[in-house]
Design a protein around this ligand. Structure first.
Ligand SMILES: [Zn+2]
Length: 300
C-alpha cells in the first residue's frame, strides 16, 4: 500500500526548504492521513471482498474523498497528540505513542523496546569483515542475501526489527480476520483486527522513509558540525507536513499533486512475503539517502 512511490515527492520538497528550526516529534498527521487514504482506496477497489470493505468502512471513522484529503493536508494541524481520532486511524498512531511512553518496556517476542520496531539500520546487517556505517557512496548497504532471517541473530537487536514486526502484525491481522476477532471483545482487549491493521499501517508507513533504514537517521554525516546540524529526520517526516502556522502552505500545495501522481506508480515490490517486502522497500529507499543528505546540506 505505502511503498517506494510515495518518497520521491518529499525529496523534491526537501530540496526547497530546510532552514533549521525547532523540531518537535510529530508525525501523527501523516500516519492518520495515509492510513485513511489507504482505506479509501481499498473501499473503492472493486477487487476488495465485500465483507472486508464493509468492515473497513465500519472501523474507519471520517472516510472521505481526495478533495477533502487535500484540504486536510493543506490546512489541518494534528500535532503531538492524536486524541479524538478513533478506530483504525487511532491504532495507526499508537505505536509512536507507545515508543515515547514505554522507553524501557520490552516487547515480546522481540525482546526490544517498542521504538526499535520502527526501523532497520541496514548497515548493521553487513557481513563480518565489511566496514559498517553510512557512507554517501552507499558502500555500507548490504545485499538482500546478506540479511539473516533468523530473529535470534544478535545483530537484529541493534539494527531494529521492523521486518519481523511487519510480519507479526500481518500474521495476527490474518488470524484475527479468520477467527472473527473484528473488534475488541472487552475493555483493553488488544488482540483484534482493528489493532493489528492499524499497527501494520503504521510500520508500513515508517518503512517508506529512507531514514528508517540507516544508522545515519538524521543525515548528520552530511554536516561538518554534526552537533549543530539540523534535524533532517524531523524536517523530512513531519515538519513540512504539519506546521501549524501555515509556514509551509505553499510547499504543501506544490507537494499534493506530486503525491497524487506517486500513488499511481507501479509497485516495485513483487513479493507477497511481508518480511522480504519490508526489506526490499528499505533497500530501495536507502538509495535515496545521498539525495536527502546533499539536499539538506545545500538547503542550509
Ligand atoms: Zn513509527
Amino acid at each position: 500500500m505505502f511503498r517506494f512511490g510515495r518518497i520521491a515527492p518529499w525529496l523534491v520538497l526537501l530540496a526547497l526548504v530546510l532552514p533549521a528550526g525547532p523540531a518537535r516529534a510529530w508525525s501523527n498527521k501523516e500516519h492518520l492521513q495515509l492510513t485513511r487514504i489507504a482505506v479509501e482506496r481499498l473501499v473503492a477497489d472493486p477487487s476488495t471482498p465485500d465483507d472486508f470493505r464493509q468492515w473497513l468502512r465500519r472501523v474507519t471513522p471520517g472516510l472521505t474523498d481526495m478533495i477533502q484529503e487535500e484540504r486536510f493536508f493543506l490546512h489541518q494541524t494534528v500535532g503531538e497528540s492524536a486524541r479524538g481520532y478513533e478506530g483504525l486511524p487511532h491504532w495507526a498512531t499508537e505505536p509512536d505513542a507507545r515508543a515515547a511512553q514505554d522507553r524501557n518496556l520490552l516487547v515480546e517476542p522481540f525482546g526490544v523496546p517498542e521504538r526499535k520496531l520502527h526501523f532497520v539500520d541496514l548497515e548493521l546487517l553487513l557481513p563480518a569483515g565489511r566496514r559498517p556505517g553510512y557512507r554517501d557512496d552507499l558502500s555500507g548497504k548490504p545485499a538482500m542475501e546478506d540479511i539473516p532471517r533468523d530473529i535470534n541473530d544478535p545483530r537484529w537487536k541493534a539494527a531494529g526489527m521492523l521486518p519481523f514486526r511487519v510480519q507479526q502484525c500481518y500474521q495476527r491481522l490474518v488470524e484475527c480476520l479468520g477467527n472473527g476477532k473484528l473488534q475488541p471483545a472487552y475493555e483493553g482487549d488488544e488482540d483484534h483486527a482493528i489493532r493489528w491493521a492499524g499497527f501494520l499501517a503504521h510500520y508500513l508507513e515508517d518503512n517508506t522513509q529512507p531514514q528508517h533504514a540507516t544508522v545515519d537517521y538524521k543525515s548528520q554525516s552530511y554536516f561538518a558540525d554534526r552537533r549543530h546540524a539540523p534535524n533532517v529526520h524531523a524536517e523530512m517526516e513531519y515538519r513540512m507536513a504539519d506546521e501549524g502556522r501555515g509556514e509551509f502552505l505553499q510547499l504543501r500545495k506544490e507537494f499534493w499533486p506530486l503525491f497524487i501522481k506517486a500513488l499511481e506508480f507501479p509497485d516495485p515490490i513483487q513479493t507477497d512475503d511481508p518480511w522480504r517486502a519490508t526489506l526490499e522497500v528499505s533497500l530501495l529507499s536507502y538509495d535515496a539517502l545521498p539525495l536527502i543528505g546533499r539536499a539538506a546540506r545545500r538547503g542550509t
